[in-house]
Design a protein around this ligand. Structure first.
Ligand code: NAD
Length: 505
């Protein structure tokens, strides 16, 4: 069998294992594997009318789901977590086949789904409101958190399943129903997740049918989701370009959006840094997932006294990076998602060169398959932070710039339109604290002595500026999926007004 045949067979058997009826797979949307560019499936592309139907059904489900006690809703999510544990290997492998990330990262993505299930189960008993002191005698104030409605989820190709689970697990325990529009590049993993969650819903007495809806298609069907007034929360993950289109549309109908958009993440490497650790952190965060994470490291800002040493060691480390099929055990750099991504990378490298960049790497690699778009990750030494450096290119390009003092490093760090993730390598506690302070990094994620990528689910995830300002996953991100009511209860026999206002009738 040729590689593509093997992939088709493999994808079909994984889908079957997870409960997808593969006989129903037919339609106009071709799904290609980045491993060898071959078509591994055809899927039906849905339209605006399908989206409207899905949203209406999800809204109907919401009307009863909102009254199911939150800990009972948590039990549904616990069962989802159990199913994901059972299918971790299959789903992880399908992520590798469809999105091209190495197997260990495919499995890691499913582990992240299991983790958020566990987190959400705990959360289902902790949707706390505050009790607030009232200024009036015989009064009590409190806040209650209530389900919001239907949560629309738009996801990107690079985390085809984890982003769905971050949103869906929180939305479900918060009493919302869900309509998911996955990336048109990764519908197979979406079908697998949908089969899994539908099974859990069917077997759960308290869960209404229609609680979770999947609608497959591209931006047009996404727009139908964005514009539907029954979508109370629209959580959209993808490029800043997409966010700029989606955000104002949701705002124009006073909907709530959670935007998780592009990043341009940096590391400052200070003179006291543990260089061995910094090099290892740079390699994982700059070339992991072939530079296709929103949190991928794209800029290193290194002190001039150690820059030559760091660059030399980095080039050495890059030289030995195994590029190849993500299914092979020793591969660390898999393929780019498609040809357009490869061309985007080459265009950015050409622009950086024009701006004075010195490039090492960046060429197309064999990767064991001529039809996949494999690349040697690039290191580009830049004389300054140019327009190209300030733009997110979703590929393994690492720009390296030098600084002479920390003021300059922090200014350079923040002088990009995006604000997702950031880090500093230093053993100087003053530098570390300053980087994390109000006058330091302006990002939503700010780390010390670890790279910018690979967040845990316990913290709130998201970023500022053109990254969109949304927060998902841990901490109090759940509040984005509920509405808050402030309640004032009068248990006295008087009717005093606030602020001492008198209004005697
Ligand atoms: P993309 O913007 O091309 O597509 C993302 C999703 O948006 C897809 O489902 C797509 O169909 C949909 N979409 C596009 N235009 C739309 C429109 N006008 N209306 C409604 N839906 C629309 O992004 P991509 O190439 O799939 O993913 C890469 C990008 O996603 C990068 O910029 C990356 O940084 C970002 N990303 C961000 C996060 C985060 O949490 N901040 C996570 C993953 C990816």
């Amino acid at each position: 069998m040729t590689m593509s045949n093997v992939l088709v067979t493999e994808a079909q058997s994984l889908l079957q294992e997870m409960g997808v009826d593969i006989d129903t797979l037919a339609g106009t949307l071709s799904v290609a594997s980045p491993i060898d560019g071959s078509v591994i499936g055809q899927v039906a592309e849905q339209g605006a009318a399908d989206m409207d139907k899905a949203v209406t059904a999800a809204h109907q489900a919401f009307l009863s789901w909102r009254s199911v006690p939150a800990p009972v809703r948590g039990e549904l999510v616990r069962l989802l977590g159990e199913e994901l544990r059972t299918h971790k290997k299959a789903l992880g492998k399908l992520v590798t086949i469809e999105a091209g990330k190495i197997l260990s990262e495919g499995l890691g993505e499913v582990q992240e789904m299991i983790d958020i299930c566990d987190f959400a189960v705990g959360l289902s008993r902790q949707l706390y409101g505050k009790t607030i002191a009232s200024e009036r005698p015989g009064h009590r104030m409190m806040e209650s958190w209530h389900p919001m409605g239907v949560c629309g989820v738009i996801s990107a190709f690079n985390f085809p399943v984890a982003v769905w689970s971050w949103n869906t697990c929180l939305a479900l325990v918060c009493g919302d129903s869900v309509v998911w529009k996955p990336s048109e590049k990764t519908p197979l993993t979406a079908l697998a997740c949908n089969a899994i969650i539908q099974r859990v819903i069917e077997e759960f007495d308290d869960a209404p049918a229609g609680l979770h809806q999947l609608v497959v298609g591209g931006p047009a069907v996404g727009e139908a989701l964005v514009d539907n007034p029954l979508i109370s929360i629209l959580s959209a993950t993808g490029s800043t370009r997409m966010g700029k289109a989606v955000g104002p549309r949701v705002a124009s109908r006073f909907g709530r959006s959670i935007l998780e958009l592009g990043g341009n993440n940096a590391m400052i490497v200070a003179p006291s840094a543990d260089l061995d650790m910094a090099i290892r952190a740079i390699c994982f965060s700059a070339v992991g997932t072939a530079g296709q994470r929103c949190t991928s490291l794209r800029r290193v800002i290194v002190h001039e006294s150690i820059a030559d040493t760091l660059i030399e060691q980095l080039k050495k480390a890059y030289n030995s990076l195994p590029v190849g099929s993500p299914l092979e055990a020793n591969t660390l750099v898999g393929p780019l998602i498609d040809q357009a991504s490869f061309e985007g990378m080459q265009a950015s490298l050409a622009n950086a060169k024009q701006e004075g960049g010195i490039i090492t790497g960046g060429a197309r690699a064999d990767g064991g398959n001529k039809n996949g778009f494999y690349v040697h990750p690039a290191i580009v030494e830049m004389p300054e932070q140019s327009a190209t450096v300030k733009t997110e290119t979703f590929a393994p390009i690492l720009y390296v710039m030098r600084y002479s003092n920390m003021d300059e490093a922090i200014a350079m760090h923040n002088d990009v339109p995006q604000g997702l993730s950031s880090c500093i390598f230093t053993l100087d506690m003053r530098e570390a604290e300053r980087f994390m302070s109000a006058a330091g990094s302006d990002c939503g994620i700010c780390n010390v002595n670890i790279g910018p990528s690979g967040a845990e689910i316990g913290g709130a995830f998201g970023g500022e500026k053109e990254t969109g300002g949304g927060r998902e996953s841990g901490s109090d991100a759940w509040q984005g999926y509920m509405r808050r009511a402030t309640n004032t209860i009068n248990y006295s026999t008087e009717l005093p007004l606030a602020q001492g206002v008198s209004f005697d009738v």
